[in-house]
Design a protein around this ligand. Structure first.
Ligand code: GDP
Length: 327
């Protein structure tokens, strides 16, 4: 593991690809205190699936640092139902952004992956060295393959050209700006919305997908954005680095926490016709901890902020399809 000799973001031009998404918008908020110039491009201005347009935009805007937070994302059902979008669109965007960043001489690039890149039966907690040691979880392999290719691109550019491109793998994220689509979202947003609607409708019971037994680790997106800035300043290596909170809970306990935060008092019914996904996904985040970073938002406090954000209508309710949002 290499600690970069503290890269200074001050005065730099930093492009956040995917700034409308949950992660990208949190990174933009976090960068506000770094005295750098944050560059963003709306989808109408720049379609990252277009190679020529991506290169031209980067040539015209000349960022020195790139945070690659643009991706087509979704929960377990979306991954299953939209394999082409999750594999091909994500590959296209990664290739365009990473290759164009090399072409224009970007100094530091941070590629954002996901904990689903690791094998379904990886040793827990999952160390970075588990990558490509076994088969993937089938419900999200399209997305995982695209993300593995992205981190490999960063490694390849470092090996062949010495580019300082790094990759970070966050655990399951939640927080401000999440996507609250009823079927395509991840579990935190899905349950916040479903429990809220059940509370308003005074429904006696509400469904939670799967058996409730899978274990997941959740990280607040503001903490993750803080880790991104920390890594840009302090980490330089061809090895991806995990970013987790250590907050592991069963889906059943997590659902009970969300119900409490939302104030829903009815019964939770586990719908076992829906998939569980991988049984456990806890990251070993000892590397980033050794470098001196750790998460500092409790799950309870983070969920309360996420629910407030939902109530203010800040979340997105997007269909999967044609939108590049967040990792
Ligand atoms: P994953 O971590 O890649 O499996 O992504 P998800 O956030 O989609 O799902 C996490 C876990 O939550 C899985 O075990 C799901 O079965 C469970 N889960 C329970 N209720 C829901 C729901 O309403 N939506 C989603 N997406 N997952 C749910």
């Amino acid at each position: 593991m290499t600690r970069a000799s503290t890269y200074d973001l001050g005065g730099k031009r930093v492009f956040v690809a995917g700034h409308r998404g949950m992660v990208g918008s949190a990174v933009v908020r976090r960068l506000a205190s770094e005295h750098c110039t944050v560059l963003t491009a709306d989808r109408r201005e720049l379609d990252l699936t277009k190679q020529e347009a991506t290169l031209k935009w980067l040539e015209d805007n000349r960022p020195e640092v790139v945070v690659h937070a643009a991706a087509k994302v979704g929960g377990i059902a979306a991954n299953n139902n939209f394999p082409v979008d999750f594999l091909c669109d994500n590959l296209a965007v990664e290739l365009n952004v990473i290759r164009a960043s090399h072409t224009i001489g970007v100094r530091r690039l941070l590629f954002l992956g996901s904990s689903c890149i690791y094998p379904k039966h990886a040793k827990q907690p999952i160390a970075e060295s588990e990558l490509l040691t076994g088969p993937l979880e089938p419900t999200n392999e399209w997305y995982a393959i695209a993300k593995i290719a992205g981190l490999k691109m960063c490694q390849a550019y470092r090996r062949q050209y010495g580019d300082d491109f790094i990759s970070a793998m966050p655990t399951n994220l939640y927080g401000r700006g999440d996507n609250y689509h009823p079927d395509h979202s991840h579990v935190p947003a899905a349950l916040i919305r479903r429990f809220h609607e059940a509370k308003i409708a005074k429904a006696p019971s509400v469904s939670v997908w799967g058996t409730g037994t899978p274990l997941r680790e959740f990280l607040n997106v503001e903490d993750f954005a803080d880790a991104c800035v920390f890594l840009l300043k302090n980490y330089s290596s061809d090895l991806p680095i995990n970013v987790g909170s250590g907050d592991e809970v069963s889906i059943a306990d997590f659902a009970a926490m969300v119900a409490h935060v939302v104030g829903y008092e009815g019964k939770l019914i586990f719908d076992t016709s829906k998939p569980d996904g991988t049984p456990r996904k806890l990251l070993d985040s000892s590397k980033i901890r050794e470098l001196g970073w750790r998460a500092n938002t409790s799950l309870q406090a983070g969920l309360a902020v996420a629910y407030e954000d939902f109530l203010k209508g800040h979340g997105r309710h997007l269909e999967v399809g044609g939108y590049y949002a967040r990792t």
